[in-house]
Design a protein around this ligand. Structure first.
Ligand SMILES: Cc1cc2nc3c(=O)[nH]c(=O)nc-3n(C[C@H](O)[C@H](O)[C@H](O)COP(=O)(O)O)c2cc1C
Length: 169
């Protein structure tokens, strides 16, 4: 099927190695805007974002995850938060955050950037909040690492639909 959206969905891979090229603020804001346009329950838009490009802050964040080399090598990071004060239903608000993060990944793909969703860093979410100067009413959902891809050799696979489609009634 010839569709730019489907093409982005199928072509997107987690990119973990980046060149040192800068990402413009314009592009970073476009990516955050795509996140903001995700659906959310009651359209409550519980997400909040921190954009990080300062090398010293990136280094501090890199200490908080097993994937520190990805954090250090990325030109920019977008930390995606749920604002606890703006939540109405834990399950639905977390689902909204997932939709927001996927939009961010697809927007990066559309802008020919590479991105990876980093979740392992959540084990140190309190420390991440301290580094970013945020109170604990902001709950970290993911850090997305972004940059210009060093290569696009990344492979991935998915289970066959026959394993996943329970029924077609
Ligand atoms: C909730 C979640 C957490 C993830 N955490 C990490 C992570 O900490 N480090 C990492 O390198 N990749 C992480 N990933 C990326 C996955 O490893 C990746 O999406 C998966 O292997 C499929 O590969 P693909 O994105 O290239 O299709 C995470 C993805 C999700 C959805």
């Amino acid at each position: 099927m010839d569709s730019p959206v489907l093409e982005a969905i199928y072509k997107r891979r987690s990119i973990r190695e980046f060149t040192s090229a800068q990402i413009s603020t314009e592009k970073l804001h476009e990516i955050v805007r795509a996140g903001i346009w995700a659906p959310s329950g009651l359209n409550n838009q519980p997400w909040r974002f921190v954009i990080i490009q300062k090398p010293d802050i990136k280094e501090e964040l890199a200490q908080q995850t097993h994937y520190g080399h990805i954090v250090s090598g990325a030109n920019a990071l977008i930390a995606v938060y749920l604002s606890k004060d703006d939540m109405y239903d834990a399950v639905k608000d977390h689902q909204s955050a997932g939709a927001c993060i996927q939009n961010i990944l697809l927007a990066a793909e559309a802008l020919e950037l590479g991105a990876v969703w980093l979740g392992q860093i959540l084990k140190n979410k309190a420390e991440v909040n301290r580094i970013l100067g945020l109170a604990d009413n902001f709950d970290l959902m993911a850090v997305v690492a972004l940059g210009h891809p060093l290569h696009r050799n990344q492979k991935s696979r998915r289970k066959d639909m026959s394993e996943l489609l329970l029924k077609q009634l």
